[in-house]
Design a protein around this ligand. Structure first.
Ligand SMILES: NC(=O)C1=CN([C@@H]2O[C@H](COP(=O)(O)OP(=O)(O)OC[C@H]3O[C@@H](n4cnc5c(N)ncnc54)[C@H](OP(=O)(O)O)[C@@H]3O)[C@@H](O)[C@H]2O)C=CC1
Ligand SMILES: O=C(CO)COP(=O)(O)O
Length: 328
């Protein structure tokens, strides 16, 4: 495949819109699909996604639509709806050619099945080439044209290179690779860790405690990735270390902000503030996969125990601090 000329984006939230603009800036024609007909018409008329990216003009090459059939004209599709909807979205792409490459841009693991998103999409669209795009990238930064680097991986290295070239532009640098499992694990697991880091800050436990959690949480991410066939160097890259540093260190992250509000005393139900918190949806599935693989993931276990109401934050802190001492 040569670099695709037309990109379809499935999902018109913050990240879908930012990626649509970035692809347009890279010289691609972009079809941006939203599920809401009125929202698509409004975006087409006002040339702005006022609900998710207010104040950011939509690039002239981006065409919003609510008609799934319009995506059939695209040479590759970016899947940018929430992780828990990715399988259903892929299954709904009947009007699109079965061999159109699909790039999963959501970050998570399926709550109901414990499936990685690449496996869920492969089941929904057998035979479609699948790639993963992930890395440290706040939608608002990308939308404002601030310099950002992400990574895009597929089993087919040539496909990953062509897709990365198609999306790279003046402010978005897309690396390519052949470890999609590592890239998707990095993006999914860092959100769970970010909740823990936010909770530490919200509860006033200090920056030292947060740094310890980040480091020990990163160690468990590496263990989890290795046990699931990913390469350690992928986790040391953008969709691992890079995204842990970003998401665990900024209240701009919805996962971190959710944890911060939990730490300050909000209930699990109230702490999201109505925003998408992928780590909360993924924590249970991540812990389930780790247990099945016989892995010790105390930080993810603590997050899941708090979210499920099994223990409170004080209990979680005590549990982590009182584990048997061990070599690092
Ligand atoms: N925001 C960011 O900075 C980044 C986000 N991501 C990832 O991208 C994914 C999407 O995040 P983001 O764009 O921020 O989320 P938003 O909450 O901003 O937008 C979600 C979008 O998905 C749509 N949507 C929700 N449910 C469905 C469904 N069942 N079928 C079709 N469309 C649906 C929403 O439509 P509606 O408005 O009609 O509800 C909305 O357009 C997440 O997995 C996130 O982790 C990755 C990197 C950066
Ligand atoms: O994935 C992201 C940045 O890389 C966005 O993080 P949040 O979903 O926590 O806002």
């Amino acid at each position: 495949m040569s670099a695709p000329a037309r990109i379809g984006v499935v999902g018109g939230g913050a990240w879908g819109t930012a990626l649509a603009n970035a692809a347009a800036l890279a010289g691609r024609d972009v079809i941006l699909w939203l599920r809401d007909t009125e929202a698509a018409a409004r975006m087409a008329a006002t040339r702005e996604n006022a609900a998710y990216l207010p104040g950011v003009p939509l690039h002239p090459r981006v065409s919003p639509t609510a008609t799934l059939g319009d995506l059939a004209a695209a040479d590759a599709l970016l899947l940018v709806t929430p992780a828990q909807t990715t399988r259903a979205m892929a299954a709904a792409l009947a009007p699109v050619s079965p061999v159109t490459p699909l790039v999963i841009c959501a970050k998570g693991v399926e709550r109901e099945t414990g499936a990685f998103l690449s496996d869920a999409v492969a089941e929904a669209r057998p035979g479609a080439p699948v790639a993963i795009l992930s890395g440290p990238s706040f939608a608002h930064d990308v939308a404002r044209g601030l310099p950002t680097a992400v990574t895009l991986a597929a089993a087919d290295g040539g496909l990953a290179r062509d897709l990365a070239a198609a999306l790279s532009g003046p402010a978005l640098r897309v690396y390519h690779g052949t470890d999609p499992r590592g890239v998707e694990i990095g993006g999914a697991a860092k959100n769970v860790l970010a909740i823990a880091c936010g909770a530490v800050i919200g509860r006033g436990l200090g920056e030292s405690a947060k740094a310890a959690l980040m480091a020990r949480g990163f160690a468990e991410l590496l263990r989890f990735a290795a046990a699931h066939g990913a390469r350690p160097e992928t986790i040391m890259g953008l969709s691992g270390l890079g995204d842990v540093v970003l998401t665990c260190g900024s209240a701009q992250s919805r996962n971190f902000a959710f944890g911060e509000r939990l730490g300050a005393g909000a209930s699990v139900a109230a702490a999201s503030g109505g925003k998408l918190v992928e780590g909360a949806a993924t924590a249970g599935a991540l812990v389930g996969l780790a247990r099945r693989a016989g892995l010790d993931m105390p930080v993810a276990e603590a997050v899941q125990a708090v979210l499920s109401g099994e223990i409170d934050l004080e209990g979680a802190t005590g549990r982590l601090m009182n584990r048997p001492l061990r070599a690092e």
